[in-house]
Ligand binder design. Structure first.
Ligand code: PQP
Length: 405
């Protein structure tokens, strides 16, 4: 058999990089640039995966669930031959049709009427938090004081969690987001806590553990209506608990870091507080708190003349797509005058973040409260990254604020 030139198969470029090394997690920009420049698809023999680092291919894979499935896992582990560390998520690690009922249920629960009810509560919470933090002095670590404190005050109450054990939420999320990567030292560091954290989260997903007026009770009510099964309900609650805290903490941290290092943009926001949502999306584009997700090829897929074999994993670099110079002008610039829509920091397509409006509402509440009280702020010393296999996260963001007088 001969092949025409158009159908010639060219092996993709190969790279021995480790995207999950401490150096690359600490600063992924050089890695991303190298992979984008190497080609539309790059084979990484270290993990036996094909990688997409350009916007075009990441976007194309995200919107093509028929060829790039999630049901074999959205992390490196291939559920076709590896036992998942916990029961697979009905949302993140499922494809249609299994995915659809849980997705619809959660979409309806996190819909505009719910957000309208939360808006005033969260605005008040944010005002109170900012007042409290500023009353303790002008120099503080904005990571625990604001980026962690606000979601931890807002989200667990909205879900309807009980008061005990909430300190487990961030460690559980950290563990879950590490688990999407390879079984490296970051995974090993939390292994001793895995059973306890999972048991606590599992217990909070039961109907009896949840207040009657939160997202959790809403999920159980959807099961009572027959929108999903009663066996599915606790797993959907688990998705909220896994996805809802660390993501927003580091999304808010991305905003705070962005503004602490871009005082002109902070003045722009102060002049036009209605930009808070655009600012959040631009920060999500610029930092991409969720850096990576994986898919699995459902058939041999041809990308720019290279074949990705059926059943193998594809690593999508969301953070790299969000800074691809072929898609964005001056991509490394945090810029409130750009239109960040189309960024893939919340994914795209069928699985696009169902919680994104909740996240935007949290960001809007916190930024609006800060804009009223803070004339300007700056970094006070070097911020420190917290390394995670999936999250672009912070350990510390020391700042000095100049309050509005
Ligand atoms: C980024 C769902 C979504 C949300 C789950 C789950 C876990 C994480 C996320 C990632 N996620 N934003 O367990 O269903």
């Amino acid at each position: 058999m001969t092949e025409t030139v158009e159908h010639a198969v060219t092996p993709p470029p190969v790279s021995d990089v480790d995207p999950f090394s401490h150096e690359n997690l600490e600063n992924p920009d050089p890695l991303h640039r190298g992979l984008r420049e190497a080609g539309p698809v790059v084979f990484l023999p270290r993990y036996e995966v094909h990688a997409f680092a350009r916007y075009e291919q990441v976007h194309a894979a995200l919107v093509d669930w028929q060829h790039f499935e999630s049901g074999s896992g959205a992390g490196l582990a291939n559920f076709r031959d590896e036992k998942p560390w916990r029961a697979p998520s009905l949302l993140l690690e499922a494809d249609p049709p299994l995915h659809d009922a849980p997705r619809r249920a959660l979409r309806d629960i996190l819909a505009p009427p719910t957000l309208r009810r939360l808006r005033a509560t969260w605005a008040d919470l944010a005002e109170a938090l900012v007042d409290q933090v500023l009353s303790c002095g002008a120099e503080f670590d904005a990571l625990p004081a604001l980026a962690e404190a606000f979601p931890l005050r807002a989200f667990p109450d909205a879900v309807g969690l009980g008061p005990d054990g909430r300190e487990n939420l961030l460690p559980y999320g950290n563990m879950a987001f590490n688990a999407f990567g390879p079984r490296n030292d970051l995974v090993a560091a939390d292994a001793h806590r895995a059973a306890d954290l999972s048991a606590w989260v599992g217990a909070q997903c039961q109907r009896e553990a949840l207040a009657p007026d939160g997202f959790g009770a809403d999920i159980w009510a959807a099961a009572d209506r027959g929108d999903l099964t009663h066996a599915q309900a606790p797993l959907v609650v688990r998705s909220l608990l896994t996805a809802g805290v660390d993501t927003t903490v580091h999304g808010l941290a991305a905003c705070l870091y962005a503004f602490a290092t871009h005082p002109v943009e902070w003045q722009r926001l102060r002049e036009r507080p209605a930009l808070a949502r655009v600012a959040f999306d631009e920060a999500v584009r610029w930092q991409s708190p969720v850096q990576t997700f994986f898919r699995t090829a459902t058939t041999d897929v041809s990308i720019a003349g290279s074949i990705i074999p059926e059943g193998t994993k594809i690593l999508m670099f969301l953070g790299s797509a969000n800074r691809d110079p072929d898609r964005w002008d001056d991509p490394d610039r945090f810029d409130l005058t750009r239109d960040p829509s189309g960024h893939v920091g919340f994914g795209m397509g069928l699985h696009q973040c169902v919680g994104q409006h909740v996240a935007r509402l949290e960001a809007e509440a916190l930024l609006t409260a800060l804009v009223r009280r803070v004339e300007s702020f700056e970094l006070l010393g070097t911020p420190r990254r917290h390394l995670n296999n999936t999250l672009r996260a912070w350990a510390s963001l020391p700042v000095r604020v100049h309050p509005v007088r």
